[in-house]
Write a protein that binds this ligand. Structure first.
Ligand SMILES: [Zn+2]
Length: 120
């Protein structure tokens, strides 16, 4: 006997409440903040910008607010089986469902390193 396990894999736009698949969210992503593990994206339906936060296999839609330090407030969260995420100085690489997305960092400044810079 097999047991059917329902796994919630839809995120919801915080503005228009449209259900979005993880693929749709990653497809409409803009820039990311590697230090905070945030990515911006534009909703397919209402075209308003929100943020997503990724921690390991958990993806949340929400927004960033607050002083003195910005903080992420999630509205909707899913856990994605098989999600792999690699944060790099230049941005982030997302692997999910046999697809791959690359999102560039908001700050495109090169990180200074102690070794000699490599010419482009
Ligand atoms: Zn929306």
């Amino acid at each position: 006997m097999s047991q059917l396990i329902m796994i919630e894999t839809k995120l919801q736009c915080r503005f228009c409440k449209t259900d979005l698949t993880p693929e749709q969210v990653f497809d409409s992503s803009g820039v990311c903040w590697p230090n905070q593990h945030w990515i911006s994206f534009e909703c397919l339906n209402c075209h308003r910008e929100a943020k997503i936060e990724i921690e390991k296999t958990q993806v949340s839609i929400g927004d960033i607010d607050g002083a003195p330090g910005p903080c992420f407030f999630p509205d909707s969260t899913v856990r994605l089986r098989g999600l792999k995420i690699k944060w790099e100085w230049w941005g982030v690489e997302i692997h999910y469902a046999d697809r791959m997305w690359r999102v560039k960092s908001k700050s495109t400044k090169r990180v200074a390193t102690k070794s000699n810079a490599v010419d482009d």
